[in-house]
Design a binder for this molecule. Structure first.
Ligand SMILES: [Zn+2]
Length: 367
């Protein structure tokens, strides 16, 4: 016991800032003793963790400043960040200083502690994972979990569920593409209904901050448009992916707008201003320009994993077909050109689940 007291007091007196925090936090020493007692005593590992925790509490205890926490919540924040330091201190102390700093800098709210705790756990189990990639992956998965599909028809819901479960190129990877917004609290609802634009099969609306609505045309899904048969799962998947990318662009804009964090746009400067207009229905707009330039291979890769075993050209054609009717598409594929005919036939065959020109439907109908 004496040894524990000596060890703690040596940490306490090592630095005035630490001393100040310990003196000002009534539960800290009692909890430290409790923690040592329930974690196997003053082992070498625990000494490293304790040293790490005490050295970093002055930094972490002041990092809730961006929040409007009441005193109770501030205390919760301090307690959770101290637990985080004790639990991960030994692991963190072995990382390079810059990574340590990136991790500790993120401890700015109770929600962030939970996220960063999960990220560090993941890094612990996957030594090759970097912190940034791990953090982005977890936020992307959290957004994916936020997609509300309770008002979707069983067919579209089934396609969405399958997309969510893909291993390599699932929907979450769309959200990782640009870097991830800081506040991973976005809501996306998907419904069957009638999009605003009479020519559109689906659209995505910005409802309010961090809150988006994707509407997929009911008559298209049911196959009553022009007395066609219902579309195949490949066509529905392509539409869902396309709309989720729109939602992602809105999320990036909201992130900028809410937090003044424009790092998400570093690679595409000037585009964010165009997102502000929130109007992308038309033949020329910033969101579709970006999708056309950067996302077609990504959409194609997701489709390939969704329905493996088809030609790369086919996946690319279906991905590109979601840009149909846009000026970018028309410029690249002039009317009656062989490429355009092939893209049209491939997509139309999936839309109507019936042969078109040289194309036969490759997906499965779900109705
Ligand atoms: Zn679109």
């Amino acid at each position: 016991m004496l040894q524990i007291n000596q060890f703690i007091s040596s940490l306490y007196i090592s630095n005035n800032e630490i001393k100040g925090v310990v003196d000002g936090t009534e539960w800290l020493l009692a909890y430290t003793n409790y923690w040592i007692g329930t974690n196997g005593g003053l082992t070498q590992s625990n000494q490293i963790a304790l040293t790490y925790a005490f050295s970093n509490i002055p930094l972490l205890f002041n990092q809730y400043n961006g929040t409007s926490y009441e005193p109770d919540a501030i205390n919760n924040f301090k307690f959770s960040s101290f637990q985080f330091l004790l639990f991960h201190g030994e692991f963190l102390s072995k990382l390079d200083p810059l990574t340590q700093k990136s991790i500790l800098d993120e401890i700015t709210s109770l929600e962030k502690i939970e996220l960063i705790n999960n990220a560090v756990n993941f890094m612990n189990e996957n030594p090759s994972a970097t912190f940034e990639n791990t953090k982005n992956k977890l936020i992307a998965e959290a957004i994916e979990d936020e997609i509300d599909d309770s008002k979707l028809d069983p067919c579209t819901k089934g396609v969405l569920d399958k997309l969510k479960k893909l291993n390599q190129n699932d929907i979450a990877s769309i959200f990782e593409k640009f870097g991830i917004p800081e506040n991973g609290t976005y809501k996306i609802q998907m419904v069957m209904g009638t999009p605003n634009n009479s020519a559109a099969i689906a659209d995505t609306k910005w409802l309010s901050k961090n809150n988006y609505l994707i509407t997929i045309r009911e008559t298209y899904i049911k196959g009553t448009d022009n007395n066609q048969k219902p579309p195949t799962d490949i066509a529905v998947a392509a539409i869902i992916i396309h709309e989720l990318i729109h939602a992602h662009f809105f999320a990036l804009f909201d992130d900028f707008h809410n937090n003044g964090n424009n790092c998400a746009y570093d690679n595409y400067d000037c585009l964010y201003e165009k997102y502000v207009t929130k109007t992308y229905i038309g033949t020329i707009d910033a969101q579709h320009a970006q999708m056309f330039d950067n996302y077609v291979p990504k959409i194609a890769a997701i489709l390939q994993e969704f329905k493996p075993g088809l030609s790369l050209q086919f996946y690319e054609d279906i991905a590109m077909s979601t840009m149909y009717g846009l000026q970018y598409f028309n410029d690249k594929y002039p009317k009656n050109s062989p490429d355009r005919n092939r893209i049209e036939n491939n997509r139309n065959a999936e839309d109507s689940n019936a042969p078109r020109g040289a194309a036969t439907p490759k997906g499965s109908p779900c109705n």
